[in-house]
Ligand binder design. Structure first.
Ligand code: ADP
Ligand code: ZN
Length: 528
């Protein structure tokens, strides 16, 4: 193996070809690699699938010493090391899952300079032992993977990452490269400050993934809709289906299998051996579908994932972009499909309200959700909206759902007023709060048991909303929630007015709305 470390300095392209088997660098890989090889600090913002790993793996091979890679993905360290070993790169890892003998072996190899890369969990550096170990060997560079984990206002904060500011204090001469697929300017600035990387050169790759077609559809019967998508456009393709809960992962996987589509479940409730087996099968077999919670996917590198489907609303645009980015790493056309409905908004607002953490934390979560809702409700190009979110400019792509069939918008001001005044009356006149269903029943003039029991048929808004269908009213509620003109509260998702609701009620504010794509025909509405 010695030949690998004998690569002369300045030979990144040679390493790329000889060891990794690729002809050319992608995007700004070469610039980044040359900067780090020369001893510079770097902050790299590159989308999922962009090729971040090589940005530190090649300098690891070109610079003398061992590159230390900090990664939160303990469960994947073995896979990462195996993948490197397979191409002849000498790699090892240290984490809490190892026994004493194994650790000793890795430590010895590190000290003897017999490693090119050493993977560490962030918490390892907190202990004195590991830091002293690094002092005794020769560190070529520090790579901080998933660097957004240091951002407290980000979507994936991990307290252990805060300790990484010590790298610069303790080893000021060792170059550092921090990498992330999360690129809002706020997160990038926070990473730079917290990791003491303000003097580092920033490399921002384009976040556009032109081969991915983004589509967001109203949720009706999500599993049926998914089945239609798979049968119609992705027969025989490998893909990932994300669900929020373990239960719905299991149900969805069973549903697909029952419909003759090969699918496996993956979530934290399965034992480690089953999870590993399912992951291996997904990576190795063709045309398998992984139905998973977001526990699945970080660090998974399968080039031919043809679609990523979300049956529930992701909590943030960052998360959504990371998850959908796992589609189409090979550059071939792929689909990112999301089904989203009123219940998602109600459920997530409730989760935020009941989450632990202080008010500031809940505000962060709410802001993340709002950005996600804005993406769902946009009448413009999804890609433009996504890239703008990451601080990048773009032109309408011509290849997302809203570009291909521009949604009609309509003046929803009057509908909004009817809905908001129903909520207001329930509260003011009856001191009552109800979920969306009851307000919609009232507007549609339905004499359900619950309506009769509470004498809601006496309210002045009873029956004044028959011009819209129930589905359309749900769309109205959803869009009001998305625009912050209405809020949900408590365990039952009861509707409450917000500070801005009054602007609509007093006609000081118009409410443009997006027409639901699958608008029920007039006939089917009357039947309801
Ligand atoms: P990221 O960590 O940014 O999500 P990876 O480092 O896993 O991305 O790379 C994504 C895929 O692209 C991998 O399959 C990787 O081998 C491949 N890749 C990276 N750089 C190149 C390159 N210069 N040429 C061809 N393929 C590349
Ligand atoms: Zn578009």
């Amino acid at each position: 193996m010695d030949s690998l470390t004998d690569v002369p300095a300045g030979a990144p392209l040679d390493v790329l070809r000889r060891i990794f088997g690729y002809d050319t660098f992608r995007g700004n890989q070469q610039e980044i690699i040359e900067h780090v090889v020369a001893g510079g600090d770097a902050l790299v913002l590159m989308p999922t699938g962009g090729g971040k790993s090589l940005c530190y793996q090649i300098p690891a091979l070109v610079r003398p010493g061992v590159a230390v890679v900090i990664s939160p993905l303990i469960a994947l360290m073995q896979d990462q090391v195996d993948a490197l070993t397979a191409v002849g790169v000498r790699a090892g890892f240290l984490n809490s899952t190892q026994d004493y003998e194994t650790r000793r072996g890795v430590e010895k190899a590190f000290l003897a300079g017999e490693l090119d890369l050493l993977y560490l969990a962030p918490e390892a550096l907190g202990g004195r032992g590991t830091a002293q170990l690094l002092d005794r060997g020769r560190v070529a560079l520090f790579a901080i993977d998933e660097a957004h984990c240091v951002a407290q206002w980000g979507h994936d904060f991990r307290p252990d990452y805060l300790g990484l500011s010590m790298l610069h204090e303790r080893w000021p001469d060792v170059p550092r490269i921090a990498l992330t697929a999360t690129a809002t300017s706020a997160t990038a600035a926070e990473i730079a400050t917290r990791l003491d990387l303000t003097a580092a050169r920033h490399f921002v790759a384009s976040f556009d993934r032109p081969n991915i077609q983004y589509r967001i559809v109203p949720k009706r019967e999500p599993r049926r809709q998914l089945l239609e998508l798979l049968r119609g456009e992705h027969a025989g393709d490998a893909g990932i289906v994300y669900c929020l809960s373990r239960a719905s992962v299991d149900k969805t996987a069973e549903f697909l299998v029952a419909n003759g589509i090969p699918a496996l479940p993956y979530h934290a409730g399965l034992d480690a051996a089953t999870r590993a087996a399912h992951q291996q099968r997904f990576l190795r077999e063709d045309g398998l579908i992984m139905v998973a919670t977001i526990a699945f996917g970080m660090g998974i590198d399968k080039p031919d994932v043809r679609f990523v489907a979300h049956l529930d609303l992701p909590k943030s645009v960052e998360g959504y972009y990371q998850e959908t980015g796992r589609a189409g790493r090979d550059g071939l056309p792929s689909t990112a499909w999301l089904a989203y409905g009123l219940q998602d908004v109600v459920q997530q607002r409730k989760m935020i309200e009941t989450s632990d953490g202080d008010l500031a934390r809940r505000r962060v979560l709410a802001a993340h959700l709002d950005a996600m809702l804005a993406l769902c409700e946009t009448v413009g190009c999804r890609r433009v909206q996504l890239l703008n979110y990451f601080g990048q400019q773009a032109q309408p792509c011509g290849n997302c759902d809203t570009c291909l069939s521009p949604p009609e918008s309509w003046d929803g001001t009057e509908a909004a007023q009817k809905l908001l005044s129903t909520v207001l009356r329930l509260h003011r006149e009856r001191n009552q709060r109800f979920g969306a269903g009851q307000s919609i029943d009232i507007l549609l003039g339905r004499s359900t048991d619950k309506v009769t029991q509470h004498r809601h048929d006496q309210l002045s808004t009873f029956g004044i909303g028959t011009e819209l269908s129930e589905a359309e009213w749900r769309g109205v509620v959803r869009q009001l929630l998305a625009q912050g003109l209405l809020a949900v509260e408590g365990d039952y998702g009861t509707l409450v007015l917000t500070d801005t609701s009054a602007e609509v009620l007093s006609r000081r504010r118009d409410v443009p709305m997006r027409r639901e794509a699958a608008r029920p025909a007039a006939g089917s509405r009357a039947a309801k």
